[in-house]
Design a protein around this ligand. Structure first.
Ligand code: ATP
Ligand code: MG
Length: 422
């Protein structure tokens, strides 16, 4: 019979690679906690409306990437393509914004209907942080430094951080007008998609990867000329704070990010080592998002980092490779069925002492079992055959020196505890 394959754009993460994921997850937990963020876990699926307005019509995500379906109760459901909107939804639903600042982090799968390729999946994984109630640029700086700390901890050193300011609602309106004027004069040179977007969401064209659009954009007005005094100061202070922390950030006026909810700061971290899908992290400030989702007027800033791409980078620098910890300490080696049964309670007791122990249930020969035990990194083997069983004993073998000792079955756990100094 033909095997069933995983859906296009998804991957199975198998051991030993899962150890790399666990290592990354532990780093995220450690760094986010050290920066004062607490974990939030929201559902994998949400009501479609959670995403449509916040992310914005005319964006790639809402226009063509969402996994949306009608459930059996007739509701429109969407598998989350990102987590900022769900986090805001949850914060509002549970009145979490009554005590500010609110600092949350998350990690888990996201779903986007994309054309699968290297570094681009239909089920991908993101971790991210959101900070609510902190309108000043020090929160933006904290978020960026947190992201870089996680990258450093997993061993990624080859990256580029680019920042920009999109201004507030007022600056953006003036910029939008200037941009629309310019684009209308150059409409014939734009891609079909961008021509279509000109009326719906002109700012999105700044984000286009089509060479025709990029060519038009190279001559377009940029946001910096339209920033109001307050937005200018916010951006300048952010740059000063980053510098004071020794963080190098390039100002790229063309960064707009693929989501509609950003105001003021936006940033991206990318790495040429990733090839075409070079973006590792995106983030920014979203001071109007909470209000637009029916909440109070609370500022927000956050980032989202792709875990799949992070691990590709960590692997390319060779750092994630040896993370498959050889954790087994004791290998139980039964030589027949009755010995297997006799060892079950002994191994149970050993495990209760916090010792990593495993038993070979495959009924293989002693030589094969001992070879596997040696390769597993275990320190001792506990061998029981007919002779040991008749005497109520076990043989403990030091797998490095091959030295053997006989002990009573009832003493195995305490003997191992003593030897391992648990
Ligand atoms: P891209 O330009 O590669 O499409 P994006 O701007 O859509 O990225 P964001 O929405 O900012 O990405 O998501 C933040 C991060 O999540 C990205 O930098 C990337 O590392 C990761 N990511 C997003 N979509 C995918 C995907 N389909 N597969 C793997 N990782 C992804
Ligand atoms: Mg994308």
């Amino acid at each position: 019979m033909k095997h069933i394959a995983a859906p296009r754009g998804t991957v199975d993460i198998l051991p030993p690679e899962t150890s790399e994921w666990q290592a990354l997850e532990a780093i995220i937990d450690e760094v986010a906690t050290r920066f004062g963020y607490r974990e939030i876990r929201t559902p994998i699926f949400e009501s479609t409306e959670v995403f449509v307005k916040p992310i914005g019509e005319g964006t790639d995500i809402v226009d063509k990437e969402m996994y949306t379906f009608v459930d059996r109760g007739g509701r429109s459901i969407t598998l989350r393509p990102e987590l900022t909107a769900p986090v805001v939804r949850a914060a509002l639903e549970h009145n979490m914004l009554q005590h500010l600042p609110l600092k949350l982090y998350y990690r888990g799968p996201i779903f986007r209907y994309e054309r699968p390729q290297r570094g681009r999946f239909r089920q991908a994984h993101q971790w991210g942080v959101e900070c609510f109630g902190a309108p000043g640029p020090e929160a933006d700086a904290e978020i960026i430094s947190l992201g870089l700390d996680v990258m450093k901890a997993i061993g990624i050193t080859d990256y580029r951080l680019e920042i920009n300011s999109l201004g507030c609602e007022a600056c953006r309106a003036r910029f939008r007008e200037a941009l629309i004027g310019y684009l209308n004069r150059n409409v014939a040179r734009l891609s079909e998609t961008s021509q279509d977007r000109l009326a719906r969401n002109p700012l999105r064209i700044l984000d286009s990867k089509d060479p025709r659009d990029q060519d038009v954009m190279s001559g377009a007005p940029t946001m910096d000329a339209y920033l109001c005094a307050a937005c200018q100061e916010h951006f300048a202070t952010l740059r000063t704070l980053l510098e004071a922390m020794g963080i190098r950030a390039l100002h790229n006026p063309h960064i707009v990010r693929g989501l509609d909810y950003y105001t003021r700061t936006v940033f991206e971290i990318s790495s040429s080592a990733l090839g075409a899908q070079n973006s590792v992290c995106g983030g920014g400030r979203y001071d109007d998002l909470v209000k637009s989702m029916g909440g109070p007027d609370v500022a927000g800033v956050g980032l989202a980092m792709g875990m799949d791409r992070m691990l590709m980078l960590a692997r390319s620098s060779g750092l994630a490779r040896d993370r498959d910890g050889k954790s087994l300490q004791i290998a139980f080696v039964p030589l027949d069925e009755a010995s297997t049964r006799a060892l079950v309670p002994v191994m149970h007791e050993v495990r209760q002492h916090g010792i990593a122990a495993d038993m070979d249930y495959t009924r293989r020969s002693i030589d094969k079992q001992l070879r596997t035990a040696g390769e597993s990194g275990a320190r001792y083997a506990v061998i029981v055959g007919e002779d040991e069983r008749r005497n109520g004993e076990a043989t403990i073998q030091n797998l490095a020196t091959r030295e053997r000792t006989r002990v009573e079955l009832g003493q195995v756990a305490s003997e191992l505890t003593r030897r391992l100094e648990v």
